[in-house]
Design a protein around this ligand. Structure first.
Ligand code: TRP
Length: 339
C-alpha cells in the first residue's frame, strides 16, 4: 500500500445503502477498513440512497437513515476533512451515467448476478427493473470517479466484475474513457455471517433481528445476541472454514479476529479447550467495547444537524465536479450535443 509521495494518490470509491440497520457486518466488512485507507488514498464514500429504493422503503425512514449513516461514517473515523462524503441522489450524474451504461449492458450478464437472484426471491412481489439493473448503477458510481480501487466485501465482487466488463466494452468502442477499477477485498471480517443461520451473510434486512448486530443496538442486546448465536454440539473451538457444521464457530472466530486485529486461527488457538459459553462471553465483551466509543461519538454528531448538512453540501459539490468531467466525456462519445 506504500506509494511514492510524488505520485498523485490513487482514488478509492465505496458506499453503503442507507436501508435498514447498519450492522456489525457493514462495520467490519467495510467502514472499519475505509478508515485506514484515508491517508494513502483519495477517498470518496457515499450514502447509496438510489440503490435503496430497489426494495420498498418508508420515505421518512430512508431520509432519517441516510443522515444516520453519515453520522455513523464519521463516528467510525471517516474524516470529512480527508475524504469526500456525499449522498448519491445529490449528484444526478449517477442516474445519468447509469442510463447510458444500461445501453451497454446485456440482459444475460445481469441475469447471472447472485444478488439479483437472491433479492428477487426475497421480494417476489416486487421484482422491479431497478433491482435488475442495480449493478449498472453501481458501475456508474464507480466509473464516474475514474476510481482505481473499490474496497468491498466478497459478496460485491461479482458486481465489480460486471463493472469492469462494461467499462472495457465501452472503452473498446470509444477509446479510453473509463479507468478500469479493481476490487479491494478486505483482509479480515470481509464476511460476517448471520448469528442464527451462520451459512448466510449477516444482513441488515434479515427479518429476524437476532440474526444481526446493529451498530445501534443496546449493549446488553448485543451481548445477548452473541451469547445466543447458533453454534454446534461438538463443543470444540476450531477454525474450519470449509466445514459447514462449524459455520457458527467460524463466524464468531472471524468476528473476534476482526475485533482484535488477529486471525481466526490465532483466536481459535487462544481459546482452545474452553467452553463455548466462555468464548461467546469474550466475543460479546470485545464487540461491545469496540462499539462503545463509536456510539458515544455518534450520539454527539447526530444532534448536530447543521454540521451534517454542511458535509452533505460540500460533498455533493466536490463529487459533482469530478463526476461531470466523466459524464461530459461519455455524452460526447455517444453522440449527445455537449456545449
Ligand atoms: N452494492 C453495494 C452493497 O450493497 C453498495 C454500493 C452501491 C457500492 N454502489 C457502490 C459499493 C459502489 C461500492 C461501490 O454493499
Amino acid at each position: 500500500m506504500e506509494q511514492n509521495i510524488t505520485e498523485p494518490k490513487k482514488r478509492i470509491f465505496s458506499g453503503v445503502q442507507p436501508s435498514g440497520n447498519i450492522t456489525l457486518g457493514n462495520y467490519l466488512g467495510a467502514i472499519k477498513n475505509w478508515v485506514s485507507l484515508q491517508d494513502d488514498y483519495e477517498c470518496i464514500f457515499a450514502m447509496m440512497d438510489l440503490h435503496s429504493i430497489t426494495v420498498r422503503q418508508t420515505p421518512a425512514e430512508l431520509r432519517k437513515r441516510t443522515m444516520e449513516l453519515l453520522a455513523l461514517y464519521i463516528a467510525c473515523g471517516i474524516d470529512p476533512e480527508k475524504s469526500t462524503l456525499f449522498v448519491q441522489s445529490h449528484n444526478s450524474a449517477h442516474a445519468e451515467l447509469a442510463w447510458v451504461l444500461n445501453c451497454y449492458t446485456y440482459m444475460g450478464e445481469l441475469q447471472r448476478m447472485t444478488q439479483f437472484k437472491d433479492k428477487s426471491s426475497r421480494h417476489a412481489d416486487n421484482i422491479n427493473a431497478g433491482l435488475f439493473t442495480y449493478p449498472v448503477l453501481m458501475a456508474s458510481d464507480i466509473l464516474l470517479y475514474q476510481t482505481e480501487l473499490v474496497p468491498v466485501g466478497k459478496d460485491q465482487m461479482q458486481h465489480i466484475e460486471i463493472c469492469r466488463d462494461v467499462a472495457q466494452r465501452f472503452n473498446g468502442v470509444y477509446g479510453d474513457v473509463f479507468k478500469i477499477p479493481e476490487g479491494l477485498l478486505v483482509k479480515s471480517g470481509a464476511k460476517v455471517m448471520s448469528l442464527t443461520e451462520p451459512t448466510k451473510k449477516m444482513s441488515k434486512s434479515d427479518p429476524n433481528p437476532k440474526a444481526f448486530i446493529s451498530m445501534m443496538d443496546d449493549f446488553n442486546v448485543i451481548a445477548k445476541k452473541i451469547k445466543s448465536a447458533v453454534t454446534d454440539s461438538e463443543g470444540v473451538i476450531e477454525y474450519r472454514p470449509d466445514d459447514e457444521a462449524k459455520a457458527g464457530i467460524n463466524n464468531l472466530l472471524t468476528i473476534m479476529a476482526a475485533m482484535t486485529n488477529s486471525t481466526p486461527e490465532a483466536v481459535a488457538k487462544e481459546f482452545e479447550g474452553q467452553g463455548y459459553g466462555t468464548f461467546k462471553g469474550a466475543v460479546a465483551d470485545a464487540v461491545v467495547e469496540a462499539i462503545r466509543p463509536i456510539r458515544e461519538e455518534y450520539d454527539r454528531i447526530i444532534k448536530d444537524k447543521a454540521y451534517l448538512q454542511d458535509i452533505c453540501k460540500n460533498g455533493a459539490e466536490a463529487s459533482h465536479r469530478i463526476a461531470q468531467r466523466t459524464l461530459k466525456k461519455v455524452y460526447k462519445k455517444v453522440g449527445f450535443i455537449v456545449d
